[in-house]
Design a protein around this ligand. Structure first.
Ligand SMILES: [Zn+2]
Length: 538
């Protein structure tokens, strides 16, 4: 057989610490440890898949066992280096925790690690996905790890450090690997493309990097696939087509529409992308990524330098940061993040995404309560001590509202109290109230008032259930029911068919409303915010 085709990820696998892209904080530390002869018994490499954990472990193994070693630059020529590179070293055993739970191999490890290494200085055990080892394998491993012979080194890798037993974690030196930034991936892909004599423009390589989400191995595999798909010339449109990604300019148009509050434009773009068969889950992830960068960009010039993105993206982010502040970006991200986890299970991804985008646009338009209070307080100063702040409850200092005659605690009064409490919550945080609309009052037992959320909207419960909202609702309920109420917000099948009930008008509200409209402070506030009273929420 002629020369066998070697996949790019393998062909370009780094052989030296210096060649590992984007993980200098790890490789430099390991090289220092080797140089200063301060080696630990066990190392744990943590991070998402395909960013270099086992690659670093293998280079480390070579560095330790190289005939010229331990050295920070293994020679790659001696028998030991070559055997390790070809995975046939008797002194370096690789165990994949994911493939067979490794019990047998770990038992073997326990039995063999007592013997001195065959050729190198160390017996090295590389265990990938160590969190997936079965309990039996873990226990066998732990015994060895507790009293390791001096010639044994453990190199563990995992994508989920939180699943690794604490007893193992405590015996390891831990390194957290980072996702690799897009510019670094693009730079590396460019080198590969050149050496493979493939023409690929920056836009195409950026799109690959975006699709790979910080994983070099995925990026290399993608390039491999594209070369077999397109031959020696790769353009952005090929990449987008193969991976179902959305073109950068469409993403730019969509985020612009959301930021500028142009609901129509946003929905049109979603329709177009959906019709073209784009992956909408992926689209939402891209939009969120974009807003994360935008958030950093709005935090000031110093923070803005931390944003790592291709030049076209940076220019867009800078322009958008001129039109929006960080509070607004945060509110929009809240709305989008709430949708992200649930989009996967949505029957119609498109409708779900549309709702999420409309929510984000609304959230952008909202003036934060802190902003309102600040402005109002400023106004209060201007108007002199004569004017007082209107009833605007704030969680930290709930202000009693003029009370009418106490109502007896009947089922209807419980409902009324709940309506009253949610209306007041709505004045402080309209969004929280909006999330309560679908919730169902399940009843008052003793002093526990239970409110149920349709399982499909479980995330709304999480949104509402903050100490601040809780305190506010409970204090309002107490006003009406004259007992200390413990509020229980639960996800419940019983709330499945909840229909929003028309809220009853609480007594004595009409005059409050009129007062509110005539309040000099409110009038002034409307001027400042260039607003009109559309609806007075009671
Ligand atoms: Zn060597």
């Amino acid at each position: 057989m002629a020369q066998q085709y070697q996949v790019l990820a393998r062909k370009w696998r780094p052989k030296q610490f210096e060649e590992v892209v984007g993980q200098q904080h790890v490789t430099a530390t390991l090289q220092n440890a080797i140089e200063q002869d301060r080696l630990a018994h066990a190392y744990l490499f943590v991070g998402p898949r395909g960013i270099g954990k086992t690659t670093i472990a293998r280079i480390f193994a070579k560095a330790l066992n190289c005939e010229k070693g331990p050295t920070k630059t293994p020679c790659d020529k001696c028998d030991s280096c070559r055997e390790i590179a070809e995975s046939r070293s008797l002194d370096v055993l690789e165990i994949d925790g994911a493939s067979n739970n490794g019990v047998e191999q770990v038992r073997e490890l326990r039995d063999t690690c007592r013997y001195v290494p065959a050729r190198g200085k160390f017996k090295i055990y590389i265990i990938d996905e160590v969190h997936m080892l079965s309990n039996a394998a873990f226990n066998a491993l732990l015994k060895t790890l507790e009293e390791p012979p001096p010639h044994v080194k453990f190199l563990f890798a995992t994508t989920e450090a939180q699943k690794v037993l604490a007893t193992i974690l405590s015996r390891c030196q831990r390194f957290d690997l980072r996702r690799i930034s897009s510019p670094l991936i693009v730079k590396h892909l460019k080198e590969i493309a050149q050496s493979e004599k493939v023409k690929a423009d920056d836009a195409a390589l950026s799109a690959i990097a975006r699709g790979a989400e910080g994983g070099m191995r995925d990026a290399e595999s993608a390039l491999d696939q594209l070369i077999s798909f397109c031959g020696t010339k790769i353009e952005e449109k090929d990449v987008l087509q193969v991976f179902g990604l959305v073109a950068h300019d469409k993403l730019a148009a969509l985020t612009n529409a959301v930021i500028d509050g142009d609901t129509n434009a946003a929905l049109l773009i979603v329709k177009e992308l959906d019709d073209a068969g784009k992956d909408l889950q992926r689209l939402l992830a891209d939009v969120l990524d974009h807003f994360r960068n935008l958030l950093v960009m709005t935090l000031g010039a110093e923070a803005a330098q931390l944003v790592e993105a291709p030049d076209t993206e940076l220019a867009l982010l800078k322009a958008q940061a001129q039109r929006i502040d960080s509070d607004a970006v945060l509110r929009m991200m809240d709305a989008l993040t709430a949708a992200e986890g649930r989009l996967r299970y949505a029957l119609s991804k498109r409708v779900f995404l549309e709702i999420a985008l409309v929510r984000a646009i609304k959230a952008r338009e909202m003036v934060g309560i802190d902003g309102v209070l600040k402005k109002l307080n400023e106004l209060k100063g201007h108007l002199g001590s004569g004017a007082s702040l209107p009833a605007m409850p704030v969680a930290s200092a709930p202000r009693p509202v003029p009370q009418t005659t106490p109502a007896p605690a009947s089922a209807s009064s419980v409902e009324e109290a709940w309506a009253y409490a949610t209306e007041h919550l709505g004045k402080v945080t309209p969004l929280a109230k909006a999330h309560l609309v679908g919730a169902k009052l399940l009843g008052l037992k003793g002093n526990v008032l239970t409110v149920g959320f349709d399982p499909e909207f479980a995330a709304q419960r999480e949104f509402v259930d903050t100490p601040r909202n809780r305190e506010l609702l409970q204090s309002r309920l107490k006003e009406k029911l004259h007992i200390d109420v413990a509020l229980r917000l639960e996800v419940s099948e019983a709330a499945g068919m909840a229909t929003p009930k028309p809220t009853k008008t609480a007594p004595a509200k009409a005059s409050e409303t009129t007062d509110f409209r005539n309040d000099p402070l409110i009038k002034k506030a409307l001027e400042v915010f260039k607003g009109t009273i559309v609806e007075v929420r009671k």
